[in-house]
Design a protein around this ligand. Sequence first.
Ligand code: ZN
Length: 284
Amino acid sequence: MSTPCIISVAITGSLPKKKDNPAVPITVAEQVESTHAAYEAGAALVHLHVRNDDETPTSSADRFALVLDGIRRHCPGIITQVSTGGRSGAGRERGGMLHLRPDMASLASGSVNFPTRVYDNAPDLVDWLAAEMKTYGVKPEIEAFDLSMIFQAVALENAGKIEGPLHVQFVMGIKNAMPVDREVFEFYVRTLARLAPDATWTGAGIGKEQLTLAKWSLELGGHCRTGLEDNVRLDRDTLAPSNAALVKQVTGLCDAYGRRPATVDEARRMLRLPAVDASTAIAA
Ligand code: ZN
C-alpha cells in the first residue's frame, strides 16, 4: 500500500498582501477560519506566520498564541508548524514563540539568496534555534534551499542537536535560489535517503511551479505543500479563492499517483509526533 500524503498548507506567509489576493488571511479570525477550511479540505499540517494589524495589536509571540489556540480548538489534531524564518524578527526574536510548543517549527540549516535579500542563517543562530526546539519538544522541519542544507541537517542530527528522524522540505522556485529542476530534485531525494534512511520529506514549489513540485512529490513518495504563502494563483490566470481551494487541487492529484491524503492521525504517526487528545477541541 502506498504512503498517504501529508498535505501542508502555508496559509499566510510574510509577503502576499490582500492586494495580491484578497483571500490571504491576515487577522487572527481569518487565519483560524482559513486553516479550518483547509483542514476540512484535507490538509494535515498548517504552516504559520503572523502579521500585525490594527485589529489586534500584540507582540508576535502573543499573536502566535492566539492563532495556535484558535487552530487547536477548531481543527482537532492538525499539526501546527510555526515559521522561524527571517521575517519573524531579527536574530533570536525568530524563535520567540517556541515556548508555545507548536508541534513543529521551520529551521533553515544554511543561508541563501532570496529575491531581494540574503536569508541569513548563521551557524550560531541555527544551533540556538535547534536548542530551543529541543527544549520545548518542537520538531524541526528542515528547510533545504540547496544541497548543503541537507548535509547540514544530517550533521545536526548526528551531533545530537536535533532529534531524528529528520523531516526535510525541499524548496524550489524562489528567485535567486534553487530553481525548479527535476534532476536536482531527484538527487535531493536520493541523497536524503542515503544519508538519513528514516527521514521523511516534502516538496515545496514557489510560484507558478507549485503544482509541478506537488506532482513530483506524489510520484516519488514524498509529501506536498501548498497554500497562499507560496502562490496566490489556482492556475496561471485565476486567483485562488482560498487556501482550501489550493489544498483541493492537491487532493485531486493524489489518485493519479496511487496516493491519498493522510489523516491527521496518520500524519502524526509518520512524523513521529504525539497523538493529540481531541477532547480539548470544541465542535467545529
Ligand atoms: Zn513560511
